[in-house]
Design a protein around this ligand. Structure first.
Ligand SMILES: *Cc1c(COP(=O)(O)O)cnc(C)c1O
Length: 212
C-alpha cells in the first residue's frame, strides 16, 4: 500500500523535487516500508516521538525536523536530526547553532516563513532575509533556503498566492531548497517552483490521531 502510493507520487512529481515522507503519528514500521519503497528523506514534528522510532530503525535516511523548534529542545533536535526545516526566529537558530557547534556538526537549516494568516509559526516574509543573514553568521549552520506551510482549506487562488510569496522570499533568501507543498497542495507548490514537498497523508492515509 505504502509502496504503491510512493511509486505513484514519485512518478507524478518531477525527479529533481525531493519528497520528504512525513511520518508523524505513524509507526516505525511505516518508516521502514517507505524507505524500502525508495524514500530517502523522512520528516517528523516531535523530538521524542522521532527518537523512539528512529532508534529502532537501523536504516539509512535523512531525518528532517519540521516541527516547532523550542530552544530548550535544540540539543535533542540536533542529536536526532540531519536537517531542521523550521527555524522561524533568531533565538531558535542560536540555540541550534550552539548545539550543532557542541556536537561538531554543520547543520543544514531552512528558514520557515509564514505565508498563511492562520499559521501560528514562521517569520514574517519581510523579515526572512534578515533572519537568514543572521543565521548565516553562525558557522555551525548552513542556511539552505525556505520552508512554508500553505493555507489549509483555502481557495486555490489563495494557496497559489501564498506559494508565490514563499517563492519570492526564497529568491531573496537564496539557497537550493524551497520546501513547499503537502498532501493537499503539492501540485500547486510545484507550479510555484517547489524543490521539496512534504507528504504525510498522501502516502500513509489519514493520521491515526491528530496532535496539536
Ligand atoms: C504534518 C505536516 C506535513 C504533512 O502533512 P500532510 O497534509 O499529511 O501531507 C508537512 N509539513 C509539515 C510542517 C507538517 O507538520
Amino acid at each position: 500500500m505504502i509502496a504503491e502510493r510512493w511509486k505513484e507520487l514519485r512518478a507524478a512529481i518531477p525527479a529533481h523535487v525531493r519528497i520528504v515522507a512525513v511520518t508523524k503519528g505513524q509507526p516505525a514500521e511505516a518508516i521502514a516500508q517507505t524507505i524500502a519503497a525508495g524514500a530517502q528523506d523522512v520528516g517528523e514534528n516531535y523530538v521524542q516521538e522521532a527518537r523512539a522510532k528512529f532508534g529502532v530503525l537501523n536504516l539509512p535516511f535523512s531525518k528532517h525536523f519540521i516541527g516547532h523548534v523550542q530552544s530548550n529542545k535544540a540539543k535533542a533536535i540536533v542529536e536526532a536530526f540531519d536537517v531542521v526545516q523550521s527555524v522561524d526566529r533568531l533565538e531558535a537558530g542560536e540555540a541550534l547553532a550552539k548545539a550543532a557547534a557542541a556536537a561538531g556538526k554543520r547543520l543544514p537549516v531552512l528558514v520557515q516563513v509564514n505565508v498563511s494568516p492562520a499559521e501560528r509559526f514562521g517569520v514574517r516574509p519581510q523579515d526572512a532575509p534578515a533572519l537568514a543573514r543572521a543565521l548565516r553568521a553562525r558557522e555551525s549552520l548552513q542556511v539552505d533556503g525556505v520552508m512554508a506551510i500553505g493555507p489549509l482549506g483555502a481557495s486555490s487562488a489563495e494557496v497559489a498566492r501564498a506559494f508565490e510569496l514563499a517563492a519570492e522570499v526564497f529568491e531573496a533568501v537564496g539557497g537550493n531548497t524551497l520546501s513547499i507543498g503537502m498532501s493537499d497542495d503539492w501540485q500547486q507548490a510545484l507550479r510555484a517552483g517547489s524543490t521539496m514537498v512534504r507528504l504525510g497523508s498522501a502516502l500513509f492515509g489519514p493520521r491515526p490521531a491528530a496532535r496539536v
